[in-house]
Design a protein around this ligand. Structure first.
Ligand code: G6P
Length: 367
């Protein structure tokens, strides 16, 4: 297998641009395009008997897991617990035998995630691993493997593995919802249609690259950046902040927009860029209130929304990035693109080693 950067300056850029294709491949292993149904992997348990789902992961994969919580609760009506593996493994979590534990890992070798998986097995859980490397230790030790088809990811900061994890987890949640009778065949068909559209929407989002590159010239001057979002845009805010700090070394924090008034609002002044991830959805108006709080204190808002959102927000922003309109289910997958591009172009301007950021490792196999 030949691994090169193609026409790109960094592996990270190449991997960002590959996403419509690899997400499409990943989705193809779940979606039956003809019937509009989800094909679930063969499972040693019945979705209907599950009373609880436990998902653990580290780093970027833990944000995919957090996003999956919203999907499994909404589509499959299963209570979900999500935790970072390093906390989960030492908490002595009580688990009812017969439950399902999902671990999410690009490499399949992360020490803490592996330990969390082993803990769940020892405590009678069925185990399902969402991994990018099917020969990995985590894959070998899990009852069921769901492979993300991102291909080799070279950039230390995860991009395409993340969106493929999201695609796989969204598909699983819809499939689980159908299997549990929480979704009708019609609901399933509608959600499958939404997922099918995701790669095309991602390709459209990639066309914002020049605008984002220009915006990075502002971000590069910041010492801190705040990312806000609600619902599935909350994990994305966490991921956006992680991406920026990993590769540009600018301090960034992701927050649930509703938590703004419980702390981060104290930081807001005219020097603080605030990236707001807010597709026009059922909680959009709530996020608008938070933007008003930021604007009233002179904060510089970078709003990532769609046309309806841009119109409805009616708030002065430093920049509004207008995304295509899309069903709510796929927004985290598609909005990952501007989030990643913003971190990438800021890091390029900073002159950091984008593919090999200092102090970070691609795969953390020791504790
Ligand atoms: C490292 C990488 C991150 C990754 C995390 C979890 O910190 O730098 O990009 O998200 O490990 O890795 P995994 O292979 O388990 O997804």
């Amino acid at each position: 297998l030949l691994i090169d950067k193609g026409n790109h300056r960094h592996f990270m850029a190449k991997e960002i641009h590959e996403q419509p294709e690899v997400v499409s491949h990943t989705l193809a292993s779940f979606l039956d395009m003809a019937s509009g149904a989800i094909r679930l992997p063969e499972l040693p348990f019945d979705w209907r008997s599950l009373t609880r789902l436990t998902i653990t992961a580290c780093g970027t994969a833990s944000y995919a897991a957090l996003c999956a919580k919203y999907w499994f609760e909404r589509f499959a009506r299963i209570p979900v617990e999500v935790d970072v593996a390093s906390e989960f493994r030492y908490r002595e979590v009580p688990l009812e035998p017969g439950g399902l534990a999902i671990v999410v890992s690009q490499s399949g070798e992360t020490a803490d995630t592996l330990a969390a998986l082993r803990y769940c097995k020892e405590h009678g859980q069925h185990t399902l691993a969402v991994v990018n490397v099917p020969t990995s230790t985590i894959a070998r030790e899990s009852d069921v493997i769901v492979q993300t088809l991102a291909g080799p990811e070279i950039g230390v900061a995860s991009t395409k593995a993340f969106t493929c994890q999201l695609a796989a987890l969204a598909s699983l949640a819809v499939g689980a919802g159908r299997a549990r009778g929480a979704l009708s065949a019609e609901d399933e068909g509608r959600l499958v249609q939404a997922l099918i559209e995701a790669p095309r929407l991602m390709a459209t989002a990639l066309r914002l690259e020049h605008e984002i590159e220009a915006l990075a010239k502002d971000l590069v001057k910041a010492t801190d950046v705040l990312y806000l979002g609600r619902g599935t845009s909350f994990p994305l805010a966490l991921e956006g902040a992680l991406k920026l700090k990993e590769i540009s070394y600018i301090h960034a924090e992701g927050y649930a927009a509703g938590e703004l008034k419980h702390g981060p609002i104290a930081l807001i002044d005219e020097t603080l860029p605030v990236v707001v991830i807010a597709p026009f959805d059922r909680i959009f108006e709530k996020t608008v209130s938070n933007m008003q709080e930021v604007a009233a204190r002179g904060g510089r808002i970078i709003l990532i929304t769609d046309e309806q959102g841009a119109e409805a927000a009616a708030i002065p922003t430093l920049k509004t990035l207008v995304m295509p309109q899309m069903p709510a289910t796929v927004t985290p997958i598609v909005y990952s693109i501007p989030i990643q591009l913003l971190a990438y172009h800021t890091a390029v301007l900073m002159g950091t080693d984008v593919d090999q950021p200092r102090n970070l490792a691609k795969s953390v196999t020791v504790e």
